[in-house]
Design a protein around this ligand. Sequence first.
Ligand SMILES: [Zn+2]
Length: 414
Amino acid sequence: MVHKGESVNISLRKINKKNILKIVLEKGSISRTGISKYLKISRPTTSSYIYELIKEGLVEEKGKSKSTPAGGRKAILLNFNRKAGYILGVMIGVETIRIALSDLVSNIIRLIKIPTEEWEGPEVVIENIVKNLKELIKESGISKENFIGVGIGATGLVDSKTGDVIFSPNLKGWNNIRLKEIMEKKMDLPTFIENECRIQAIAEKKFGLAKNIKNFVCVETGIGIGTGVFINNRLLVGNKGIAGEVGHIIANITGYRLCHCGNMGCIETLCSTRSLLEDIKNDFKKIGNKSSDIKRLEIKDIYNLYKQGSEIVVQNVEKNAEYLGIAVSNIIKMFNPEIIIIHGEAIKFGEKYLDLVKKSVAKKTFPKVKDVYNIQFSRLGEEIGIMGATSFVFTNIINLENLNIAEYYIIKKT
Ligand SMILES: [Zn+2]
């Protein structure tokens, strides 16, 4: 029988060990004395927890401190053992799926990209992901039991609590897909699913421009427009995972273009790369360009034509930036973020495009609050999604049913 006092002690041990692990992770290269002072727990108690964490393989002794108190010995420094486990990350995009293997702090060890071939439908797409994940594990030579989980970022409406993809407007047949359940059965690993924009926001919070920011919004640009929102340091998910679907806010009630979600006049129909390309093609047609040339035009050609100053392209890109600015202005009024970080295809148009977005925002937002927001391009590069997906697994496992990663890892190993 467990006495009341005993269970309090167990919880206290859990909390202390978890806090030590967090400090070692956040600070890196910290001594036992440093940890004990920081957490205000006694030096012997700190040492006993650290002894356990070292035995479990999560913390390692690495190097000694440079200076010492007068006459004292140099302190041994402790670091998080980032190779105590490995994580699998997947980003399901409309055109490309990225599949990666990382250490516990999201350093990518191996990455592969495969075409999504979304027209094949969810069953084939998922089978393809599983096949590639299994191959990745096999090739790595890392034993399966050293993997702690799979993190997946998916485009569309995702209920992260159930791990279901409710609906993905740009992926054929993705309606109520029980992705978490399917993946856990096929991979035999805990799996965590989140919408791709929220995954990007998780990455910005942990590694990027939003590291020390409580309220911010990430805006994904490309075939779809979406957002990941943090309010008071918490990711906004909403009741069913719909929160942040800015791309499907109706911005033009006389909108003539049908959106993939089934509505007309969504923001996405005004400033996605798909609508930009369509508008440019129509304008080229109007001035009599050969239809075979127009048909061949792809979005990557548009970046070049923009840089070369093609009049039609410049006009349409400017209009696209103005619409994106309207979307950002709406976001500012809705969430009042400290920073808005723009991701995706828009970055390829360069700083001039960002200036146009800022100008449009300034025109459409309250003039008196001009300096309370900051709009920037993301600096995390193309693998931001994988960084977010893998770090999402790590964060979830630390909090998994109040177990800390140490205990979880031990369960996996035995
Ligand atoms: Zn829509």
